[in-house]
Design a protein around this ligand. Sequence first.
Ligand code: NI
Length: 260
Amino acid sequence: MIFDSHAHYDDQAFDGDREKVLTSLREHNVGTVVNVGASLKSTENTVRLTKKYSFIYGAAGVHPDEVGELTEERFAWLKEQCRQEKIVAVGETGLDYYWDREDHEVQKQWFVRQLRLAKELKKPVIVHSREAAADTMEILKQEHDTESLAVIHCYSYSSEMAREYLKMGYYLGIGGVITFKNARKLKETVQEAPLERLLLETDCPYLAPEPFRGKRNDSRYLSYVAEEVAGLKGVTAEEVIRITEENARAFYGISRGNKG
Ligand code: NI
């Protein structure tokens, strides 16, 4: 079944019908969802979702746009959330020079702190990086050791850089953008990368695939992403769904025995 490795169901875009959307996922072949924290509040709501729904797991982290809210005390709280039973990763964390909402030095500082937290807790990291390719690579290389595991979520850089990340043992998160006509660079990257290193993700409510581009996204639409990836790799969509589910389970450490 489809494994959505990166969703934001705590987002207010789902306030009107969250329950309805979430309970309908299974009949649309979506088996597991990792809801990703983007702020302290959203991490708190993520933990709540993991307690309410058996098939939802979570990540605890603060997005680079929101790191201004962090203090030592709040970071200690974040660390506590990482110890909750169904919190399987740290993130999303990283650098965002596109929206550029926080000072670059402040972004870097909290990115490094969250990477070290993941290392300490032996959890994988969900990396968000936008228009910050060089600095992201530099920090990850500095902080990386052989046990570090990360996914570059919503991968948007070159295939050369993807090769570098794959060499480091990382995964690439692939979502709705792959279906866009102008996504030539990303299509090349997906053609080159081993299927065993790709994770399917919605980043919902954002980034709905064609033919729903611009609308609210949710995990059901991942079937369109799987179709596109299948076409690029010359395999069936079923195979893409099966292999990316295995990948996501291995990445997050969620065995089949667990619910979802
Ligand atoms: Ni996200």
